[in-house]
Write a protein of this length. Structure first.
Length: 451
């Protein structure tokens, strides 16, 4: 098989963990072709973000402390893995860069990306040392992006072509290759990052370019579960789900991949496997195209720290443009809408937003709708949670909603708003925060998702 393996930050936290990951690459590389990509060592991206901000605001003390911390972490690992020279040279470049930013006293998105890139530059060298392999940056591997620093978009056609041209000969050679996750470069060669968690994206891009049989995302969890085991003790590992289900789960902050990172895999039909470096004999969760299972529901998710807003008023009925006005007002206030529901009477629209965006949302609705008479009132519920039942088996299956709401009602849980997309991949509803776990457990049981 041809495999792309990505190791997340928690899997490459120190020299021991890196050695362990290298042993996995060797073990699975014995009979397969493997390209490896890595995240920064656990916690390093956050340190670098803080470092960049500190340098930009001219905070010398903080900058000095953070540089020391980054240095120490990597030097210890480098000493154990025998690649001190390489790592020193990179750390010296980071020092110079940070000094430059402090001297100017201004941090641009472009220089922030330059600082962040050191996390993966460093980790890839460490991993390459553990593997006696060759490290290369995303740019060297062929990943070209636009110049939207901080969350750059790959120029996909060109990227796939270049990666194939450059890595195809190398993957057949006996020297293992390690590509920095998270990084690309503009067409002018300026370093960019692909957004937080972007190493997964690197993995699926490499996998698509090289037509891999599977992309393996190694992290510290066995895979995706039928529910959060802290809420539902009998929650089970899902051995196989579809891309669509995974995307649906990702929206709920389950340990799923970011939908953006899954996109190349979906488009090129490259199966993705999520598995744990802490339990490498467990095959994990395989994510593929097509139907994975006959089950109606695959998992039950709970989204906490959200708030419900009900916007109502007789003037909303039969007047086109009210919804547009509401959503525009929220967009202008930079509020992200998580759930929307309106019934045919049109007398009210319910939306769910993250709780820390509630004040902004309410303010925007006051100013742009209530004050001009486009709606009459807005009612706010802070202590709510969203419960979602996900499963592609519910598409076209009658009676799923009935089962869900009966199970919930049997546990005396009151439902405050409901939403289901016409894709019928999930049913979401809003309950009080206190009722959330009860509802999740009831549904997990109702659909027989436990052991
Ligand atoms: N190191 C980057 C981050 O933490 C990218 C990644 O880990 O995927 O966001
Ligand atoms: Mg990370």
């Amino acid at each position: 098989m041809r495999l792309v393996m990505k190791f997340g930050g928690s899997s490459v936290a120190d020299a021991d963990r890196i050695r362990h990951c290298a042993s996995l690459v060797k073990r699975f590389g014995a009979d397969n072709q493997v390209v490896t990509t890595v995240s920064a060592l656990g916690g390093v991206t956050d340190l670098l973000l803080e470092l960049a901000a500190g340098a930009g605001s001219g905070n010398r003390v903080l900058t000095h402390t953070l540089l020391g911390e980054v240095r120490a972490k990597h030097e210890i690992a480098a000493r154990e893995l025998g690649c001190e020279e390489d790592i020193h040279a990179l750390l010296d470049r980071l020092d110079t860069l940070v000094l430059g930013i402090s001297a100017v006293g201004e941090l641009t998105p472009r220089s922030r990306d330059a600082v962040l890139s050191f996390g993966e530059r460093l980790s890839s060298r460490l991993m390459a040392a553990a593997l006696s392999g060759q490290a290369m940056t995303g740019a060297e591997a062929g990943i070209v992006t636009d110049d939207h620093f901080g969350e750059a978009d790959p120029l996909m056609e060109l990227t796939l072509y270049q990666v194939r041209e450059r890595l195809e000969p190398l993957i057949k050679s006996p020297t293992p290759i390690v590509v920095t996750g998270f990084l690309g470069a503009t067409q002018h060669g300026v370093t960019t990052t692909l957004g937080r968690g972007g190493s997964d994206y690197t993995a699926t891009i490499l996998g698509s370019a090289l037509k891999a049989d599977e992309v393996w995302i190694w992290s510290d969890v066995d895979g995706l579960m039928t529910a959060d085991p802290r809420t539902v003790p009998e929650a089970r590992l899902l051995d196989h789900i579809t891309f669509a289900e995974s995307i649906e789960m990702g929206q709920f902050g389950a340990k799923s991949m970011h939908p953006r990172a899954l996109e190349p895999a979906v488009e090129h039909r490259i199966p993705v496997r999520m598995r744990s470096t802490f339990n490498p004999d467990c095959p994990g969760t395989l994510i593929t195209d097509g139907k994975a299972d006959e089950a109606i529901a695959r998992c039950v998710l709970l989204l906490k720290k959200v708030a419900l807003l009900n916007v109502s008023g007789a003037s909303m009925t039969g007047r086109p443009g009210t919804a547009a006005r509401l959503f525009q007002a929220l967009a202008d206030a930079n509020v992200n809408i998580l759930l929307i529901s309106q019934n045919v009477s049109e007398a009210g629209i319910s939306i769910v937003v993250a709780r820390d965006q509630l004040e902004r949302a309410e303010g925007a609705i006051q100013a742009k709708l209530l004050r001009v008479g486009a709606a009459r009132r807005v009612d706010v519920n802070r202590d709510v949670a969203v419960v979602a039942v996900v499963g592609s088996g519910m598409t076209g299956t009658p009676g799923v909603a009935a089962r869900i709401f009966t199970a919930v009602a049997d546990h005396k849980v009151n439902v405050r708003a409901i939403a289901q997309g016409s894709s019928e991949l999930s049913v979401c509803f809003v309950v009080s925060e206190a009722d959330g776990p009860t509802a999740v457990r009831a549904l997990h049981h109702e659909f027989g998702l436990g052991q």
